[in-house]
Structures are given as C-alpha cells and as structure tokens.
Design a protein around this ligand. Structure first.
Ligand code: FES
Ligand code: FES
Length: 184
C-alpha cells in the first residue's frame, strides 16, 4: 500500500504536512430494486453515501447515526439503516428502497394507505417508514397495533404524531390479508 510521506521544507528545515494519498477504491456489485449496480468506493464509505451517490436519493440522510430511520432499506429482505453499514457490505446482496416497493403508477397497498390516511406531511420520514412497514408486514402479516408500533420504533417522524402512520399500516395489513384470502 502506498504510504503518505512527510517532507521537509528546504527553507525552514521543518517537516511539512504529509502528501495526501486518496483512499483506494474497491469494486462493489449488488442489485438495487432488481437492477444490477456496479460501483467503486473507498472501504470507509457508508452504504447510505454509496446509494445516494449512485442516484438512489429516495434513501434519505437524516442523522447518519442510526437514530432516525430515514435511511431504512431492505438488505436481502430485512430492514436496516443504510447509514450504519459500509458500502462494501452490499457486495452480492439485494437492496430494496421505497422505489422498489411500488411505483407511482402501481402503488403498493402500504403506499396507497399512507396517502389515504394522511400519513405523510413533510414526507422526509416516509421512504424509511414505508420500507420498515414492508418488512413488518412481510414478517407479521396481521400485526396488532402494538406490533406495528414496535415495527416502526426505529423510525422517527417529526410531523404526524404517528397515529395516522399506524392507521395506514393497519389498513394496508387488512387489504393485503384480504387479497391473499381471495387468492386461495
Ligand atoms: S440517517 Fe440513518 S438512521 Fe438516521
Ligand atoms: S412526515 Fe415529516 S417527518 Fe414524518
């Protein structure tokens, strides 16, 4: 590995600042919403920065400390804070953002219910909140209100007071369950 070296100033004889050596970039390949992505990033780059630099700005940057849940994504189907992982940890994995859950023309029931229940105000928490709700309903299709609260406990909303969000997730669970029932 190339090391930074200190040099001495000819004029003063004192050591000057070491020459800057840019960090080595590592190749990373993974999928986002079913699309294959290849990137190069230094080993210390967080998954949040990597995704946003690649254009997936629906993954929101709130606290960068694992506190707010704005950056929630699904990694191989499980919710996690992208700010708490390194980009290199995505190698070979499958990432889903809110855009992979439903589209503007084909909203997922969770997204539809957020609209119908007024569960979105400024919208900053919404992408992470919907991703967290998706994981919850995948793992617990008929959650109690208590389970819904626990499922979104890592996602902060400064606007809605949470009641409408919980109502929306409850309604989405009902709709998804009734759709499943009809398919039987
Ligand atoms: S930005 Fe990741 S938890 Fe807040
Ligand atoms: S709608 Fe504004 S932070 Fe949740």
């Amino acid at each position: 590995m190339k090391m930074a070296t200190a040099s001495k100033s000819k004029r003063t004889g004192k050591s000057s600042a070491p020459a800057y050596v840019p960090p080595k970039k590592l190749p990373i390949s993974f999928t986002v919403n079913g699309q294959e992505v290849s990137a190069e990033a230094p080993a210390h780059t967080t998954l949040l920065y990597l995704l946003r630099d690649l254009g997936f700005t629906e993954v929101k940057n709130g606290c960068e400390a694992g506190d707010c849940g704005a950056c929630t994504i699904l990694l191989d189907g499980l919710a996690m804070n992208a700010c708490c992982a390194l980009g290199v940890q995505a190698e070979g994995r499958e990432i889903t953002t809110v855009k992979g859950i439903g589209t503007v023309d084909n909203l997922h029931p969770i997204q539809q219910k957020f609209i119908e229940h007024g569960a979105i105000q400024c919208g900053f928490c919404t992408p992470g909140m919907i991703v967290a709700a998706k994981e919850l309903l995948d793992l617990t299709p008929n959650p109690s209100r208590h389970e819904i609260k626990a499922g979104i406990a890592g996602n902060l909303c400064r606007c809605t007071g949470y009641v409408k969000i919980i109502d929306a997730i409850e309604a989405a669970a009902e709709e998804l369950s009734s759709k499943k029932g009809k398919r039987k």
